[in-house]
Design a binder for this molecule. Structure first.
Ligand code: GSH
Length: 299
């Protein structure tokens, strides 16, 4: 079985479902140009991911793929407990996530597909952020007193995790949504989620011993002293907050970031699906996060 994916895209939900099912599978990494290439369009005329190829069966559409994976691996119980009602509950949330929440991100990812001109695009993205937050409010309420959307882990939770990661990565933010913040943090600690992210984004495997923060800090200070600046690759593994102007504290999305350090400031940047994000923080804050182990720098 082969899953065609782009790092961090909605295909991550299928990747997590494969991990949770302990399935045997392979992955094919795609990018913005290979999903529009003729050979791929022959398999998936939408020119998008996910795509699943299982022998001679070629399946598109995330919801269909997630349900197919859950039904292939019933032992993992990712589609309810076998009763029509529990299955319907999972389908209810999958439908909401796929046709409402996922779609609400599109003007943020691809504003130019809706309106031409930078200024319009910014207005559109701002409106879309409001819509996403309205949906997040409903999801946060659903998670009140529950660990999983339907009470039991399902494919809908894998999809929810991906969309929450987008919310963090696109600066929609989860502030004010304590249940969603808890959910996303808990899932980052999940073995299957980490394995999928490690494969897609090249995160360090959990078993790796992180470099000793004090040594890393000494090395950065040495480079700053010698060159005045340094560019590094880091992995955000814990809670890291930053602010934009006088705005509220935003949490940095976990995963790989590129870091430009100068003696004044630190700029952390990331690329998710179609979105390029950037966050700045004073150097002492960055150093503190590295010292605390919330940001891991490559050895
Ligand atoms: N209806 C499709 C939509 C899939 C989709 O939007 N995929 C995005 C990644 S999350 C994509 O490949 N976008 C590339 C593009 O539209 O050019 C599904 O639910 O599977």
């Amino acid at each position: 079985m082969n899953l065609f994916y782009m790092p961090g895209a909605s295909s991550l939900a299928d990747h997590i479902a494969l991990e949770w099912s302990k399935a045997e599978y392979e992955t094919v990494r795609m990018d913005r140009s290979s999903i529009k290439a003729e050979d791929y369009l022959a398999l998936n005329p939408s020119g998008s991911v996910p795509l699943l190829v299982d022998g001679d069966f070629v399946l598109t559409e995330n919801v269909a793929i997630l349900v197919y994976l859950a039904e292939l691996h019933p032992h993992a119980r990712l589609l309810g407990d076998g009763s029509p009602r529990s299955r319907a509950e999972v389908m209810r949330w999958l439908g909401f996530l796929n046709s409402d929440v996922h779609k609400a991100f599109r003007p943020i990812f691809y504003p130019e597909r809706y309106l031409q001109g930078q200024e319009f695009a910014q207005h559109l993205a701002a409106t879309a952020r409001g819509h996403v937050r309205d949906y997040l409010r409903r999801l946060d309420a659903q998670l009140e007193g529950r660990e999983w959307l339907t009470g039991e882990r399902s494919i809908a939770d894998a999809y929810l995790f991906v969309l929450l990661r987008w919310a963090i990565g696109t600066k929609v933010g989860l502030q004010g949504f304590a249940n969603l913040s808890r959910f996303v943090r808990r899932l980052h600690d999940d073995e299957g989620v980490h394995a999928a992210l490690a494969m897609e984004e090249g995160l360090a495997p959990r078993r790796d011993t992180p470099p000793v923060p004090s040594e890393v800090l000494r090395r950065i200070e040495g480079r700053l002293h010698a060159d005045g600046s340094a560019t590094l690759t880091a992995e955000v593994v814990g809670t890291v907050e930053y602010r934009e102007g006088d705005g509220p504290a935003l949490e940095l999305r976990r995963g790989l970031v590129e870091v430009d350090v100068t003696s004044m400031d630190t700029v952390l940047s990331w690329v998710d699906e179609n979105y390029r994000g950037e966050a700045a923080m004073p150097l002492p804050n960055f150093m503190r996060y590295v010292g605390d182990g919330a940001i891991r720098l490559a050895a």
